[in-house]
Design a protein around this ligand. Structure first.
Ligand SMILES: [Zn+2]
Ligand SMILES: [Zn+2]
Length: 387
């Protein structure tokens, strides 16, 4: 069973919504206009309930099926953009310099609206569909805020499903895996407190640049020496700031970066080793090193049964050969992880074709993806809630 005819019919209208959202990118929780647009559409479609202000600016629409009582399935999209200046030159490009939809959340929102329109028209299922539109996926944890606001209990959501576009994966293809599909993320800032002085008299100083350099090398051993080689961890130092002059040893140095992993115990061990290395190197140099460590999004963990189910739905839409069911995990983070910690479900990738990469200023969501994504959502809802 390929793309639904009605989903194909909806493509132009959904692409129009997508381009409208694309022109007006909003960041983090400040997705006021986008949430208002989503709310207006959901009401226009005749959703039975439209609730705003969940997780600050999140929106949930409830569509009750026409085949009697049943459980509730949550379908989730994200609404926020990124602090990037767009260079696509498209007629519908961002109207706000410094902000753009470079992760395709405009497409995710529009496709879920398309599915909501279809499901509200046809209601060919038992129970209810909750269409979930969250703010602040790109840092801020909007998904977590919606869960903390009691969304799952309030609407009786039994299972949740998420979808993200993937550049490089051909249009019409899907990719998924059971277990960890995206990484847990953490950010660290390390401040080395040295003792500054004349560069020609280093023996009277504690040089924070030398100490920080040792630390950058030492941090590599978390992945290479402390982690089981068949497990995955990334420790990347992405900032290194110290000094202002040729002849001055500075007082302090600061390094910062990110840690990514696919398992809780690996994440815990990485943090523990990072702190131990800082303490040890500080002691070796007779100084202090401060560590600020923030664990962010947890691992996005696909539940096995729902992963098989999602893969089967994707195969119905795209054909079995177009669905990869055991892709490698992606070491990026994703805050749908919080919803998957609260309820069983699965997160799937949908091909965006040969586009620029996510978070690139030349990226654009591919409107050809729309009928595939809308069909996936509709079929998933109808099958999960079959009478
Ligand atoms: Zn992103
Ligand atoms: Zn994204």
């Amino acid at each position: 069973m390929p793309i639904l005819n009605r989903a194909a019919e909806l493509q132009e209208e959904v692409a129009g919504w997508r381009r409208h959202i694309h022109q007006k990118p909003e960041l983090n929780f400040d997705v006021f206009e986008t949430a208002a647009f989503v709310t207006e559409k959901l009401k226009e479609f005749g959703c039975d309930e439209v609730v705003t202000g969940i997780g600050k600016t999140g929106v949930v629409g409830i569509i009750r099926g026409g085949k009697g009582n049943g459980s509730t399935v949550g379908l989730r999209a994200d609404m926020d953009a990124l602090p990037i200046t767009e260079i696509t030159g498209k007629p519908y490009a961002s109207q706000t310099p410094g902000k753009m939809h470079a992760c395709g959340h405009d497409g995710h929102t529009a496709m879920l609206l398309g599915a909501a329109k279809y499901l509200a028209e046809t209601r060919n299922f038992a129970g209810s569909v909750a269409v979930i539109f969250q703010p602040a996926e790109e840092g801020g944890g909007g998904g977590n805020e919606m869960v903390k606001d009691g969304m799952m209990d309030r609407f009786g959501i039994a299972k949740v499903f998420g979808m993200h576009n993937m550049p490089g994966l051909p249009v019409g293809q899907f990719a998924i895996r059971p277990g960890p599909i995206m990484a847990a993320t953490a950010e660290f800032t390390i401040t080395i407190k040295g003792r500054g002085g004349h560069a020609a008299m280093p023996h009277g100083t504690i040089d924070p640049i030398v100490i920080a350099s040792q630390l950058v090398g030492a941090l590599q051993t978390i992945a290479s020496r402390n982690t089981d080689p068949v497990e995955s961890v990334v420790v990347s130092v992405t900032k290194f700031h110290a000094g202002d002059a040729y002849n001055v040893i500075p007082e302090t140095a600061e390094i910062a970066g990110t840690v990514r992993s696919l398992k809780k115990d690996v994440a815990r061990k990485a943090e523990e080793r990072l702190r131990q290395l800082c303490a040890g190197i500080a002691a070796a140099h007779g100084t202090t090193i401060e560590v600020d460590y923030d664990a962010n999004y947890p691992v996005t963990f696909n539940h096995p049964e729902e992963t098989v189910f999602s893969g089967d739905i994707a195969a119905e839409v795209a054909g079995d050969a177009q669905v990869q069911r055991t892709i490698q995990p992606v070491m990026g983070g994703e805050d749908f992880s919080y919803m998957l910690e609260a309820r069983p479900g699965a997160f799937i990738f949908i091909g965006n074709g040969d586009s620029a990469g996510l978070h690139h200023p030349a990226y654009d969501f591919n409107d050809e993806v729309i009928p595939h994504g809308v069909s996936y959502w509709v079929k998933l809802a109808e099958k999960a809630l079959a009478a």
